[in-house]
Design a protein around this ligand. Structure first.
Ligand code: J2J
Length: 534
């Protein structure tokens, strides 16, 4: 049975096809084409390995054939957790070739996140890394099996995965990708709710976003892209990211992290000409670059997105790094905005771009849902040929974040200008954006409330000069003697990703309330901002 998801209405789907946005081709097509046109060109540069398109194709077919022999079939699902290594893309194409839809968890994810994804998709396959602390032994595998009883296939990098990639095998007739209108994989939502939500992305919609992004960024066979953000993240995967590079016939150089000195070496070694970063990483690059300009000579374009980027820092990029800046405001749910390569300085430095597609419909509305005038802040709502129509198996949440015309409310406050360029000016969703990593306040509050000595909990953003925002948990304790270290240890033991651990705990006898009796986070944020300013 194909994987259930909320489809686009028929009339819109017809429009997206008529416009040529949806091509009804699966994403495996980009690999096939490069195998015809430039089989020996490098696709992936990983450590000392240079993997050509032919090799990417061969290894992904081998893996797909192995998985097929073990009984994996079209419309099955997989949980994948790999770091920034070539195997991430090889596995992704292998699963596309079989029509198996993965959730690609971040390498920073821990027990809680993996368990939640497994619960939602009931995977039959796990691909993970023995070098991840969770998979040094089989305890986590057993836990995942208890959550997903049909999970009877697993492959580990640094263990069994390598052999499955190298044993030459053919895919049998009948095996092949899912239909382009079906779910290709699940993207991860930054979220604002108690459980991390999944975003079904179809071949048609995602492939379009990749092609259009590659076009806007003028990618081609000359492209050398540095992937230094977590590879599964929507930005370095599709905006235009690694998939955009494969579509264009260029090469992706993998860095384990955005740490500047290692990245600068890779830029020099591989003659990288485009890189994608979140703002805190840009700050580190700007600090590290003086005196190292020679290493950065090949760099033509730096894309920055994921969190708000100060104009003063944006203006330093060309002078200090010697390349053009492109601002990117996107979301794993769909809509991606870019400043264009030929936009003037005021636009490139002063806003977050405009929608990439003529098919993107954007509304900026007030609380009543009425459009606000140009230049006025309002909530962003959008629909279009690559913006999803519903989170996976989440009808109640979907009812809250979509209106009856199918517009998705991203929770961002934006200001649009007369040409449709957007500036992100705030947020209405209950989320902390910790240097591009998103934390759903409710998720962490629910976990804190499981501690017997926590009576009330509220997680709010606090300003941070490096990350933009960090998280602060206000706690009303039950009884005496509760300490921050105990709470941090408690969250660690539950198995929550490190970036979600509150940076600060404030124990307080009571929390301020709004007039309807909800915790008044605005007051808490103002307290933190005042304390930071003092
Ligand atoms: C301010 N806030 C931003 C920006 C995203 C490309 C680029 C980024 C993402 C991403 C992505 C921002 N300025 N330039 O998927 O394809 C905040 C907004 C948004 C949320 C989405 C892509 N760029 N944001 O960051 O799904 O609040 O995607 O709604 O992780 O990040 O987060 P995410």
């Amino acid at each position: 049975m194909s994987i259930a998801f909320t489809p686009w209405p028929r009339a819109l789907a017809a429009r997206y096809r008529a416009a040529g946005w949806w091509t009804d081709l699966p994403m495996t097509e980009m690999l096939q084409r490069q195998c015809r046109e430039r089989p020996h060109a490098p696709a992936i540069l990983c450590g000392e390995r240079e993997i050509s398109y032919a090799e990417l194709d061969r290894q992904s077919t081998n893996l797909a054939a192995w998985l097929h022999r073990q009984g994996l079939r079209r419309h099955d699902t997989a949980l994948v957790q790999l770091p920034n290594v070539a195997e991430f893309y090889i596995a992704l194409f292998a699963l596309f070739k079989l029509g198996v839809a993965p959730v690609n968890a971040l390498f920073s994810h821990q027990k809680l996140e993996l368990s939640s994804y497994a619960k939602q998709i009931q995977p039959k396959l796990l691909i993970a890394d023995r070098q991840h602390q969770l998979f040094g032994d089989d305890a986590m595998l057993d836990e995942l099996r208890a959550i997903s009883p049909e999970l009877n296939l697993h492959l580990f990098a640094h263990d069994t995965l390598e052999a499955a990639l190298q044993n030459d095998a053919e895919l049998p007739a009948g095996a092949g990708p899912s239909d382009a209108a079906e779910v290709a994989f699940f993207q991860l939502s930054g979220g604002s709710t108690g459980t991390p939500k999944l975003i079904p992305r179809t071949h048609n919609d995602y492939f379009y976003s990749v092609r259009r992004s590659a076009e806007i960024c003028a990618l081609g066979p000359h492209t050398r892209f540095l992937c230094a953000l977590p590879a599964p993240h929507n930005f370095p995967l599709s905006s235009p990211g690694a998939l955009g590079v494969f579509h264009a016939g260029g090469a992706v150089a993998l860095a384990p992290s955005p740490e500047p000195l290692a990245c600068f070496e890779l830029i020099e070694k591989h003659q990288v000409n485009i890189a994608a970063l979140v703002p805190p990483a840009v700050a580190l690059w700007l600090q590290a670059a003086p005196g190292r300009e020679a290493q950065l000579q090949s760099l033509r374009l730096l894309q920055v997105g994921g969190a708000s980027f100060a104009e003063s820092m944006a203006r330093q990029v060309p002078a200090v790094l010697g390349c053009k800046l492109q601002q990117v405001f996107g979301m794993a749910e769909g809509l991606v905005n870019y400043t264009r390569l030929d936009d003037g300085d005021d636009i490139v430095f002063g806003c977050q771009g405009r929608p990439m597609s003529d098919g993107d419909e954007v509304k900026v509305v007030d609380e009543a849902g009425h459009a606000v005038p140009v230049g006025t802040p309002g909530m962003l709502a959008t629909r279009g040929p690559y913006t999803f129509r519903g989170y996976y198996q989440a009808p109640e949440h979907n009812a809250r974040v979509f209106d009856n015309e199918g517009f998705y409310y991203s929770g961002d406050m934006v200001v649009a200008d007369e040409n449709g360029y957007l500036r992100v000016v705030g947020r209405v969703k209950d989320q902390i954006n910790r240097g591009g990593e998103k934390i759903a306040a409710e998720e962490i509050e629910h976990l804190l409330l499981q501690h017997p000595q926590v009576a009330q909990a509220a997680l709010v953003a606090m300003p941070d000069s490096m990350l933009g925002e960090k998280s602060c948990a206000f706690i009303v304790p039950r009884g005496d003697g509760l300490r921050a270290v105990a709470l941090r240890r408690f969250l660690r033991e539950i198995g929550v990703a490190d970036y979600k651990l509150p940076d600060r705990f404030e124990l307080t006898p009571a929390l301020p309330l709004t007039h309807v009796g909800k915790i008044d986070k605005q007051t808490l944020r103002a307290q933190l901002a005042a304390a930071a300013g003092a």
